[in-house]
Ligand binder design. Structure first.
Ligand code: UD1
Length: 417
């Protein structure tokens, strides 16, 4: 099993280049099933989750090639509308193929996702919306058997804001018969990027950037090429890497507009942050101040940066409160950070972080993607050696994080046990 060995306490310097956004590319890959022919995506990072989605598309009958940041998806021979348990259980975003398969084949067999390390993540909003559009479902042996005579446009009022349900229903509605109105949609930048992709393919969508999306179904979509947007969560993670090591670094090839909530909190924590159109620069501070955060849907503070920001607060001068309203169980990093001599107590959905003078290296275990990033960040700041195990979680969403950190001067190595 691979681990990271981190010798902490080093200052970072220089520039890190941010990769394409996993959470933008996953729905776009599923949306390739809406057309027949070759889609070309560029700025695609090497990530396990994208490999998993490519594998799923291949099972369905697509040809997927990936060479150095360029992914080609040819859906000309797509023929098998099924998503097996082995893949859906590894990656919940696999559920995105359900709607496109239904609209193209009028039937689909997709495994239920099951549990996940950051808590219960139901798919009821996806299914209710598809039912309203004319789908029906049966469940047998952990699989969802979906069928429809025809998917039709519908009025969908989401009970809760969901990124996944918004992406999924949006892409499905592009080929449904008639008009779909979706209210209470998520507004994450990755959804805007999916809209750009679908519109480029010929979809008719209005309301981009707002919580109401209106989709006029079309008969056909056409294959296109598109460059993938930068990953705001990776960019935010590196910004926090600069902060936790109190260093001056530049985060290049990103969109700071997507990180306004984080930048504001970093400024409140005492960091000066320089921003231009496509990069951010963080400067050291004399004193890291405690700051409270509450995660909420975009544009509020993202749950995907909660663990990393919490790691930073472990060495702030004072007490901070970190609340996750989206995934209240997403605090598996807390006991691990406490192994590094952090002082965090936690109850459902909320952590109290009493800043300590310094963290101290130890062996810790990654439990999910963003928790792993938090442990790596803490390891960079801790005195002595930190070993982070189960780093396969981090490979799901960060392309060569150790290489990028080493280029900034960190002492981090991937080791085999
Ligand atoms: C996406 C992101 C994930 C991020 C999350 C929240 C991808 C591939 N993943 O996940 O990185 O942490 O958004 O920003 O883009 N919910 C329901 N019923 C549903 C769907 C969701 O109750 O049918 C609840 C969830 O349990 C959660 C909340 O809605 O409490 C938000 O989840 P959602 O936005 O759907 O997250 P994902 O799309 O799974």
């Amino acid at each position: 099993m691979k681990k990271f060995l981190i010798k902490g306490g080093k200052k970072l310097s220089g520039t890190v280049e941010i990769s394409g956004a996993k959470n933008a590319i996953l729905p776009i890959l599923a949306a390739c099933l809406l057309t027949r022919g070759k889609t070309v995506l560029t700025n695609v990072p090497k990530l396990v989750d994208l490999k998993t989605m490519a594998h799923l598309l291949r099972i369905i009958g697509a040809r997927v090639d990936y060479i150095r940041g360029r992914m080609e998806v040819d859906t000309a021979d797509v023929c098998f509308p099924e998503a097996p348990y082995e893949l859906v259980s590894q990656m919940r975003a696999s559920i995105y193929v359900l709607g496109p398969l239904l609209v193209k084949f009028k039937k689909a067999k997709v495994s239920f996702p099951g549990g996940c390390a950051i808590g219960a993540r139901p798919i009821d909003l996806h299914l209710k919306a598809l039912e309203k559009m004319g789908a029906s479902f049966e469940t047998k042996k952990g699989y969802l058997y979906a069928s429809t005579d025809e998917l039709k446009g519908a009025e969908i009022d989401f009970e809760n804001v969901s990124v996944g349900a918004t992406c999924h229903i949006l892409m499905t509605a592009t080929l449904a018969n008639g008009k779909t109105i979706m209210r209470n949609c998520a507004k994450e930048p990755e959804i805007d990027s999916l809209i750009d992709f679908l519109v480029k393919m010929g979809a008719k969508i209005t309301g981009k950037g707002t919580s109401t999306l209106i989709i006029e179904g079309v008969k056909e979509l056409f294959p296109v090429g598109m460059e993938m947007m930068a990953d705001r969560i990776e960019a935010g993670t590196f910004l926090i890497a600069g902060a936790i090591t109190n260093s001056e670094i530049t985060i290049a090839n990103c969109n700071p507009e997507h990180l306004e909530s984080l930048i504001l909190k970093m400024q409140q924590a005492g960091f000066e942050i320089g921003v231009d159109d496509s990069s951010m620069k963080i400067f050291p501070t004399r004193k890291i101040l405690p700051v409270n955060i509450v995660t909420d849907p975009y544009p509020a503070f993202p749950t995907d940066l909660q663990a990393q920001f919490l790691a930073l607060m472990t060495i702030a001068k004072g007490t901070s409160y970190i609340e996750d309203t989206i995934f209240p169980d997403r605090f598996m990093h807390v006991p691990e950070l406490n192994r590094l001599q952090a002082n965090i107590s936690q109850e459902k959905g909320k952590a109290k972080v009493i800043g300590v003078e310094s963290l101290s290296g130890a062996e810790v275990m990654a439990t999910d993607l963003r928790a792993s990033a938090a442990l790596v960040l803490a390891g960079l700041a801790a005195e002595g050696e930190t070993i982070v195990s189960r780093i396969y979680h981090i490979d799901r969403g960060y392309d060569n994080i150790e290489g990028k950190l080493r280029l900034l001067g960190a002492d981090i190595e991937r080791i085999e046990e």
